[in-house]
Write a protein that binds this ligand. Structure first.
Ligand code: NAD
Ligand code: IPM
Ligand code: MN
Length: 353
């Protein structure tokens, strides 16, 4: 019997509610597939900040290092500055555990009506691979003359050959293993940013040469945003820098239904450290506390976690149950046009298992 130690951080806002449903589903699947999932919850996030003046304890990263994986809800509170909360919890975890791949599927499932006209189930099936530890999120910079009219803020992007090549290589391996269009699109902006993104472009060319069986294109990020709306069915694997991947995956989420159906994995492909699985969405203060957040993204992030740990059958069973609930259509949250609550959707997925 396989045993896994999972650290759980619900975080803020709807993160708390969607993880409740994710755990419900994971506990049920564990029972059915004879997997032992040992969950340890950490009450870190904005409430912890209000009490302790920090998002998590000083030794939190050492604590997390002892776990197999991390299962996270969302972070962000309307009364706190996002750069404080996110740089106090989410981003240090991604960096410290070198989760250099952020894998975010955008798939149009049966039962979901895309806001784009004439798109049918499975027409959109994109895997965005987002660089997750450097680029525009490198956290390098500083202020000068802070608080004075001469104030300066400097934010430096960091693109390393090593960092670009490894995430680009992952995207080519994925295009091979998906065996769909066998195509990788690189998203760049080297027409305007002629240093870091040149390192990116050249890394892409070098790695592409190692994969003659995979077709490639390179798109400027503005045009890529346009094509995600205009002809998303043409994409297969898309590899993008940290910021561009962030933006593209919100578009990917909404053209395939909702922020509430987009899962994600922050992955250390080398498995030296825990990886972290979380929905693409944030803490959604506009609907927090109402019990109407869609838990499907969190539930499918749980499936991604199981798949990453080699539990393919259990993962597929979860995905299948979510798809059945979508197709059946009677128990959906308001973001998908229904009137069900977060807990009712979680229960519906469990019932489908
Ligand atoms: P958001 O993703 O929280 O919400 C964007 C929109 O999508 C909102 O209208 C929201 O109601 C809707 N939405 C999101 N998740 C949903 C769900 N599961 N079901 C139904 N509707 C859903 O983005 P935001 O409003 O820009 O950010 C809110 C806070 O979350 C900010 O503090 C931000 O920094 C933070 N954030 C955190 C993460 C994370 O923890 N990974 C991700 C994104 C944003
Ligand atoms: C995401 C979020 C985060 C990101 C923010 C909250 C820092 O938007 O996970 O997509 O940009 O990575
Ligand atoms: Mn985002």
């Amino acid at each position: 019997m396989s045993e896994y130690k999972i650290a759980v951080i619900r975080g803020d806002g709807i993160g708390v509610d969607v993880i409740e449903e994710g755990l419900k589903v994971l506990n049920e699947i564990a029972r059915r597939y004879e997997i032992t999932l040992e969950f340890t919850e950490f009450p870190w996030g904005s409430d912890y900040y209000f009490e302790h003046g920090k998002m998590m304890p000083d030794d939190a990263l050492d604590t997390l290092a002892a776990f197999d994986q991390i299962y996270l809800g969302a972070v962000g509170h309307p009364e706190l500055q996002d750069h404080v909360t996110l740089n106090g919890l989410l981003l240090p975890i991604r960096r410290r555990f070198d989760q250099y791949v952020c894998e975010r599927p955008s798939v149009l499932y049966p039962g979901i009506r895309s806001p784009l006209a004439d798109k049918e189930a499975w027409d959109i099936d994109i895997a965005v691979i987002r660089e997750n530890t450097e680029g525009e999120y490198a956290n390098v910079g500083g202020f000068q003359y802070k608080g004075f009219p001469e104030e300066v803020g400097i934010q430096t992007s960091v693109f390393t050959r090593h960092g670009c090549e490894r995430v680009i290589r992952y995207s080519f391996e994925l295009a091979r293993s998906r065996d769909k269009k066998r195509h990788v699109t690189s998203v760049t902006k080297s027409n305007a940013q002629g240093y870091g993104l040149i390192v990116w472009d050249e890394a892409f060319e070098r790695v592409a040469a190692e994969y003659p069986d995979i077709a490639t294109s390179s798109l400027l990020v503005d045009a890529a945003c346009m094509d995600f709306v205009r002809k998303p069915e043409e994409f297969d694997v898309v590899v993008a820098s940290n910021l561009f991947g962030d933006i593209l995956t919100d578009i990917g989420a909404i053209i395939t239904g909702s922020m509430g159906t987009a899962p994600s994995g922050n992955i250390d492909p080398m498995r030296r450290y825990p990886s972290m699985f979380e929905p693409v969405h944030g803490s959604a203060p506009d609907i927090a506390g109402q019990g109407i957040a869609n838990p499907m993204a969190a539930i499918m992030s749980g499936a991604m976690m199981l798949r990453f740990m080699g539990e393919e059958d259990a993962a597929s069973a979860i995905d299948g149950a979510v798809l059945s609930v979508l197709e059946e259509g009677g128990r959906l949250t308001p973001d998908l046009g229904g009137s069900a609550s977060t807990a009712e959707v979680g229960d519906a997925v469990v019932a489908q298992l």
